[in-house]
Design a protein around this ligand. Structure first.
Ligand SMILES: [Mg+2]
Length: 388
């Protein structure tokens, strides 16, 4: 038992280099980073964090400072799973997801950082410890760049794709959900033409469409051999997802908006997903991400990630190699269907750490240092502290 002696939280509002847009959240001008540093009685410090698309960060910080911080002080830092469970119930009545899940995530990641430092183990090894030896597990994983690019002209979109290839990536996701489907199809066609037939290519509608529009879009996208169609419709319409894939055969993905394990259970039971994309920043941290991964593995759904690539690289490397099981959605040969994919998100959190994401031969490489592997460059962040 090693007691928690203090939890220090902070909010940063970090500007983006250019305005980024998607179908339902409009323009992003900056992202918010909310950090939690836990110090234990033996002097170790663990760091956790979460992020937002620019809104709600103050509420997450308030929950950390007013509720979870005081609740956890003097408790044992080593029993991470129990602390996770306790936090869920402590804020359950006002939580069951939402802001509470973001705050819990930041604390949970800090506790895992402490666990890794104490055990001398990197995250990819801790996350793989319960995977049987026959599964694909290691320190690297497939990675794709996910653009927030709905507002880009087609020319700018293709330039962006070229930038991704120049950085060593071999797979791309773009936003869809334009008011006019024909314009979406033109952009998808242009990107597929640019990438060639063999690179993995995905699209993401950020739930801009209803069921019928999703079916029409999925059919229109068919000639372009998409690896997946992400969040065509609202994530709460679990059976809608099953209907869209039943009627079109298109592989579907979602997960960034599932914030409790119960939401993952419903999605995995009802939605006929080909890919699930939990985000440890909003589904309960590393504990929540691993819970979702276990469920997905049981159901034969491939585990991917959303956002914060500097952390998820370790989790997807450890758990993203699970083969598709029987009854899951067939995906065309050559599409790397059976491996998980790390999203390299357009919010560059990793550039504010001492180890921005590393890519070798198109694969992302997990850090090998004890803990979460994410060490912030606090000096670089300091100008963005809010309030200053
Ligand atoms: Mg998405």
């Amino acid at each position: 038992m090693t007691k928690i002696v203090s939890i220090k939280s902070a909010l940063y509002r970090v500007p983006l280099r250019e305005v980024l847009s998607d179908a339902k959240h409009g323009d992003h001008t900056h992202f918010e980073l909310i950090t939690a540093q836990i110090e234990t009685e033996d002097g170790l410090i663990g760091t956790g964090y979460t992020y937002t698309g620019g809104r709600g960060g103050s509420a997450v910080l308030a929950m950390l400072e007013n509720d979870l911080g005081p609740f956890l002080t003097s408790q044992d830092s080593e029993d991470v799973e129990q602390r996770y469970e306790d936090m869920q119930w402590h804020v359950h009545y006002v939580g069951r997801g939402g802001i509470a899940s973001f705050a819990i995530s930041a604390i949970d990641i800090a506790l895992w950082d402490l666990r890794g430092k104490r055990l001398g183990l990197p995250l990819h090894k801790m996350a793989a410890s319960e995977v049987d030896a026959s599964s694909v597990s290691g320190d690297r994983c497939h990675a794709y760049c996910g653009g927030i690019d709905l507002n880009f002209s087609t020319e700018r979109l293709l330039q962006n794709c070229q930038n991704y290839l120049d950085l060593g990536f071999e797979a791309v996701k773009i936003k869809v959900g334009q008011p006019d489907l024909e314009y979406d199809v033109q952009r998808v066609a242009a990107v597929r033409n640019f990438l060639g037939p063999d690179r993995a290519f995905m699209v993401d509608a950020n739930y801009a469409l209803d069921r019928e529009q999703s079916v029409a879009a999925a059919n229109a996208f068919k000639p372009f051999n998409l690896l997946w169609f992400e969040e065509p419709t609202i994530p709460d319409d679990y059976t809608g997802y099953a209907e869209i894939t039943s009627r079109t055969g298109i592989p579907l993905a979602m997960g960034e908006n599932l914030h409790t394990i119960h939401e993952f259970e419903m999605a995995l039971q009802q939605s006929r997903l080909a890919f699930i994309q939990p985000d440890a920043s909003n589904c309960g941290g590393i504990s929540g991400w691993l819970q979702a991964a276990r469920l997905a593995e049981e159901q034969g759904v491939t585990v991917c990630s959303h956002g914060m690539q500097e952390l998820h690289v370790s989790l997807v490397a450890a758990r993203g190699g699970v083969s598709l099981g029987e009854g899951s959605i067939p995906v065309a040969p050559g599409q790397h269907a059976s491996v998980g994919w790390l999203e390299v998100h357009s919010f560059p959190i990793d550039t504010y750490t001492h180890r921005p994401l590393q890519v070798e031969n198109g694969l992302a490489v997990a850090p090998d240092i004890p803990g979460s592997g994410v060490e912030f460059d606090w000096e670089k962040l300091q100008p963005h502290r809010h309030p200053a």
